[in-house]
Design a protein around this ligand. Sequence first.
Ligand code: NAD
Ligand code: UGA
Length: 457
Amino acid sequence: MNKTILCIGAGYVGGPTMAIIADNCPDYKVIVVDKNEARIKAWQSDILPIYEPGLDEVVKRTRGKNLFFSTDIFGGINEADIIFVSVNTPTKTFGAGAGKAADLQYWEKTARDIIEHSSHDKIVVEKSTLPVRTAAAMQRILQSNTKGLNFEVISNPEFMAEGTAVTDLQHPDRVLIGSMDTPTGQAALQRMIDIYTHWVPREKIKTTNIWSSELSKLVSNAMLAQRISSVNSISALCEKTDANILEVSAAMGLDSRIGSKFLKASIGFGGSCFKKDILNLVYLSEFYGLPEVAAYWEQVVLINDYQERRFVAKICNKMFNTIASKKIAVFGFAFKADTGDTRESPAIYVCKMLLEERAKLAIHDPKALENAMLDLADETGDITYCNDPYEAVKGAHCIAVLTDWKDFLKYDFRRIYELMEKPAFIFDGRNLLDHKAMFELGFNVYPLGQPALSHLK
Ligand code: NAD
Ligand code: UGA
């Protein structure tokens, strides 16, 4: 049996996913290809293109043994008979469905590359997150080949989260595999199960029809994001009523039917997928003539935008209704802790709104400063980027905590307070810091969804 796996797309999903497969399946050869040469070079080097705890070790163990990174996409297609496609599927920015539908141009291009460079039958695995029924289009394009080849499309969406990719992939809650109910579909399904049972218990491998698998991925992300928007909407109500969102979330989460995870109030969810996947769900609902369903899910995104705006409005309001020319130390730019990824980070939108108010920004982040510079490259305001937190706070009027980096907890806040303008403010958009301790140091503290701790009368 041909035991060569190819993955097209060496991004946040393709790289770590294939490294874990290679590590657990020494009997398979795994090749990861990408059209982006710089990215492949980085995967071949000591400094990987993405930061994920534990990933360096896995790549070091497998690279050059049974894991290979290459730009030879066509050679890889020809060699492998299982091809994972993990290319990006961003939101469409043009034409019908602009702003909501998935842009499948990279996806279709890959299907056509596969046809052109194949000389034997293949299993094509949808690893990217895709609109439900993409497999039908994929199968149609692939079957249009004139070489008499059979291509079997499988849906195997990825549920890992950034920052915990290695543990999520090594110990998944479930592996979902959707296939066609045909003899060749079932044979392809078995080949997939054979790979995953190298390390995942069989009872965690769920098999479904291919459409359920595609839709389950979109809905899983939408449900997770919906929890965050729900709790964020209640954080606004807490601030009006002196209730405490931490206490409300904890009380709710104790109900085993609700569960305690994903109930942390924040300035909003970010990341490359939540917004795009919900908007995709909204588009699909509209497309299938279900406007009420579309409006329901769209509200999750609208509350997220509201939470970002609300945070900036509070900073302006509490700092005497103007932040023009005031220095704001921004602690954290990544969309969550333990990653350098800033895609759709709420920090981007919050910083842009602060700059519109003519604030001066000193941005500090342990891993994401390079990306922050790219994200704000077109902004004309006064922005500095500081590796050193103490440099960032020098002469600052307030600190805005935008990412939940645990590193911030180790900083010397007595020294920070001394370096800042007075009155000094903290707006904790992640409820990360010890607010009582900060208040005792002299800060006026504005947590999220909790009573403020202010020395100002
Ligand atoms: P990414 O942008 O990091 O990586 C995609 C890669 O595909 C890029 O390096 C790009 O150069 C390459 N590519 C695009 N078209 C190509 C082509 N025709 N030939 C060769 N290479 C090509 O994206 P990602 O974050 O890895 O996400 C990939 C998919 O997985 C998306 O659909 C996303 O929704 C989904 N997903 C992402 C995550 C996550 O945590 N980032 C988790 C689960 C699912
Ligand atoms: C998310 C999902 O958790 C993964 O299962 C999924 O595979 C992935 O999207 C994807 O399809 O891309 P990720 O975006 O990496 O993973 O990170 P999350 O941990 O889900 O966090 C997303 C955002 O929500 C972050 O900005 C985070 O700070 C925020 N968040 C999370 C909250 O504000 N509150 C919470 O309680 C949890």
